[in-house]
Design a protein around this ligand. Structure first.
Ligand code: MN
Length: 211
């Protein structure tokens, strides 16, 4: 597992995000969902494996309703230290905008094995394109699956809630589960009048420079 791409995309003199180093977790595996207002608002879904955070961008955010199949685009591995990153990524940087932690907690396989066994199972699931896991968060609880779409875009997966005691039948909108006074919402409110779209051109230029 490599953090090369993560490091390549970012200029750490310019962004407050942590630089990419592999780090083993203390005991339990963790997950984190970060809400990220970049050019578009989306959710970044991250699962710890082998000292890094396997990452998917979920445009609509996760759902506790098993009927929802939420598109999840796999992106580059993020460092373990990204799990509690919150802050503003300045304009001109990759992912420019603002990030807040939406939910976090421990991660296990669905059999609740010991950490080493769970990690092996998760990695096998990831490789097979069919990853089953259990989340122990404040908002996200119970069993989920990430299923790779075959014959579609290379990195497209679906995030699906399994039916268990934490599943819901009503519509699930992650935006409604976000406090009105969250850091991003306050920031959006403050920047309302003089809000300008994030300059995507600048980001592209910044990326090209590093290649
Ligand atoms: Mn993101």
């Amino acid at each position: 597992m490599s953090l090369q791409l993560y490091n390549k995309k970012r200029n750490f003199k310019d962004t407050p995000e942590p630089s990419g180093k592999q780090k083993k977790t203390a005991s339990k595996l963790i997950f984190v969902v970060q809400r990220h207002k970049a050019s578009h608002l989306h959710y970044d879904f991250r699962l710890e494996m082998e000292g890094t955070l396997k990452s998917w961008a979920v445009p609509k955010g996760p759902s506790l309703n098993p009927k929802d199949k939420r598109l999840a685009m796999m992106v580059e591995d993020h460092p373990y230290s990204y799990r509690n990153f919150e802050g503003i990524i300045p304009e001109g940087n990759y992912g420019a905008g603002i990030v807040e932690v939406w939910d976090t907690g421990s991660l296990s396989d669905i059999d609740n094995s010991d950490t080493a066994t769970a990690e092996k199972k998760l990695i096998a699931g990831l490789k097979a394109g069919n990853l089953k896991f259990t989340l122990h968060g404040k908002k996200l609880k119970g069993e989920f699956a990430l299923v790779k779409l075959r014959g579609k875009q290379e990195n497209a997966w679906l995030l699906i809630k399994h039916r268990d005691k934490f599943a819901v039948d009503e519509d699930y909108n992650s935006e409604e589960k976000t406090p009105k006074n969250s850091a991003i919402n306050k920031w959006l409110e403050k920047n309302k009048e003089h809000q300008k779209p994030i300059a995507e051109k600048k980001v592209t230029t910044a990326l090209k420079k590093k290649e």
